[in-house]
Design a binder for this molecule. Structure first.
Ligand SMILES: [Fe+2]
Length: 237
């Protein structure tokens, strides 16, 4: 807990651990269930023997961009709440019990040996989030290669952003390359970062796709910015 606060103050991001691994497994099995029962997806998926997240990591390589986009458009009921609940002891102590949380999490399926599923480097501020909004990035499996996301500490991120504008830098990706940190995560761990932290994902070489969800939240008492109650809902942890 002490390290968590210290990390957030010093670099704007930290790794949080859930004491409830079975909760995370439940969230990922709900995700698989949703894919299998979705009317747009079940016809495409039915030819694969999809039982769990490890199967999905293999199957994802055979899916085209349209199908991957259908997966990203799934609305998984209670998923945001379940994520917050899985990390409640960490979150409650820093953000309090009353939270505003993104109604549905963002689903990411990042495939190896392709550029099409990469996330271009950005900070959440650039996406219209308030300075008080934090992001939880949760993979559904261990991440021990560079298939996850990279982060750059908030102070450096802001400096690099100013530099990019001042010097009219053409390639942000080139500029950020040497500052990228790829945290290794075990199942049950997630990244928590503030909206100033640059993040994104890169091309990677692995036959297993990376599957993750991310959810934004903030203290209920903090002001909103461009995202309102169409995006957030209130929740008591
Ligand atoms: Fe983001």
């Amino acid at each position: 807990m002490k390290n968590l606060k210290k990390d957030l103050i010093n670099k704007g991001w930290t790794i949080i651990k859930s004491e409830k691994i079975n909760h995370i497994q439940k969230i990922s099995s709900n995700f698989i269930k949703e894919i299998k029962t979705n009317s747009n997806l079940n016809k495409i998926i039915t030819k694969y023997d999809l039982k769990n997240i490890e199967d999905m990591r293999k199957v994802a390589n055979y899916l085209n961009d349209d199908t991957l986009n259908l997966i990203r458009k799934l609305y998984i009921k209670d998923c945001s709440f379940n994520i917050l609940k899985s990390f409640s002891s960490n979150i409650k102590k820093i953000f309090g019990k009353k939270i505003l949380v993104q109604k549905y999490p963002q689903i990411q399926v990042h495939i190896g040996y392709t550029n099409s599923t990469r996330t271009f480097p950005h900070s959440e501020i650039m996406a219209g989030h308030s300075p008080y909004t934090y992001n939880i990035w949760l993979p559904f499996h261990n991440v021990d290669n560079e298939s996850g996301i990279f982060l750059i500490d908030d102070f450096t991120s802001v400096k690099l952003c100013d530099y990019e504008i001042d010097k009219k830098i053409k390639s942000r990706e080139e500029l950020l390359k040497k500052y990228q940190i790829f945290p290794k995560l075990k199942l049950g761990e997630a990244l928590l970062f503030n909206p100033f932290v640059y993040h994104g994902s890169n091309y990677f070489k692995n036959k297993l796709a990376r599957i993750s969800v991310d959810v934004r939240f903030q203290k209920f008492s903090n002001p909103l910015f461009q995202k309102y109650n169409d995006f957030f809902t209130s929740y008591n942890i």
